[in-house]
Design a protein around this ligand. Structure first.
Ligand SMILES: C[S@@+](CC[C@H](N)C(=O)[O-])C[C@H]1O[C@@H](n2cnc3c(N)ncnc32)[C@H](O)[C@@H]1O
Length: 298
């Protein structure tokens, strides 16, 4: 993958405003993608700054490595799912960034199965060396289970009908999946398909389990004064981030006096989630659903 894909990092200015990278600081980017955010951060942390970059997708990781090769600072690239963070030997850092979900490359690359714009094997894995493809999962699980996925992760009202059609068709490709959804709900398929793909993607990559683990373990890796930013793209994820950040930024109070007995170790930096400007949404449709939340270790 050597050509320069058109790539816009979501909420780039907002990420920089909140992280406020300073000279010599370290960044742990757990979803390096094509390295857009990290490049900007490294340009501010300078030659004494450092980056640990993770991605479950080896192609993206290697492309990020190529794109960041001329940027100053120490860099380490690791191909792994961030669910594995607790087993990694990582020293505390100044900044953590998680820009969740898929990248533009996944959508644009016709053989990954993330989009029904082109016909492709129904894969949907970030890490193509591990785990089951969407097709394999559909073959293995029951219709009821598929219904649960569509209902829970896609919030699809027609989940039951779509699940029945999917189980009947056992689609091997993106267009076979699209046809099954059309068989189930006719012209309404157009508006339902993004959620059908989203549901399967979440299941294939165990995205909510990975996020849960990141929200538990990530803050522990922050130095004093360290900042953590999470950008999510659907309400389930945003709700998890909001609750996790609220829990660790709430001080414990004495039950009788109401006085703070144990101060909270973190502060929330975003009272409300930060969203993209109208201009950014116009230029990049993916930015429309982006929500950014951040904490700082006090
Ligand atoms: C939205 S892109 C990141 C874009 C990046 N911030 C940039 O500016 O170029 C998300 C990346 O995270 C990766 N990813 C998603 N879930 C992951 C997980 N649980 N562990 C590791 N990488 C993951 C995807 O493969 C994708 O490359």
């Amino acid at each position: 993958m050597s050509q320069e894909f058109e790539h816009k990092s979501v909420l780039l200015n907002e990420v920089i405003d909140i992280l406020k990278p300073a000279k010599g600081e370290s960044l742990l980017d757990v979803t390096i993608g094509l390295g857009g955010h990290a490049k900007e951060v490294l340009s501010m942390t300078g030659s004494k700054g450092s980056l640990i970059a993770l991605d479950a997708d080896i192609q993206n990781l290697e492309e990020a490595q190529r794109r960041l090769s001329k940027v100053k600072g120490a860099k380490e690239f690791v191909c792994t799912n961030f669910i594995n963070l607790p087993e990694m030997d990582i020293e505390p850092v100044d900044m953590i960034l998680a820009d969740l979900g898929m990248s533009s490359v996944h959508i644009d690359n016709p053989d990954r199965g993330f989009s029904y714009r082109t016909d492709a094997p129904l894969d949907l894995r970030y890490d193509r060396n591990n785990g089951e493809t969407a097709h394999e999962i559909i073959e293995r699980v029951s219709e009821e289970e598929i219904n649960n996925y569509l209902w829970r992760y896609g919030e699809l009202k027609q989940a039951r009908r779509i699940a029945a059609a999917i189980k009947e068709a056992l689609p091997k490709t993106t267009w076979q999946l699209r046809d099954a959804v059309e068989t189930a709900i006719g012209y309404k398929a157009n508006s339902a398909l993004p959620q059908v793909f989203q549901s399967l993607r979440i299941v294939v990559n165990s995205e909510l389990d990975a996020l849960e683990s990141l929200l538990q373990f990530g803050p522990k890796l922050l130095k004093e004064g360290g900042r953590m930013v999470v950008i999510s793209f659907h309400s389930l994820e945003d709700r998890m981030v909001k609750h996790a950040f609220r829990a660790i930024s709430t001080p414990k109070r004495d039950q009788t006096t109401g006085q703070i007995s144990v101060p909270a170790p973190f502060d929330v930096l975003t009272k409300k989630p930060v969203t993209a400007s109208d201009l950014e949404c116009e230029e990049n449709s993916r930015a429309r659903s982006a929500k950014l939340r951040a904490i700082i270790r006090v």
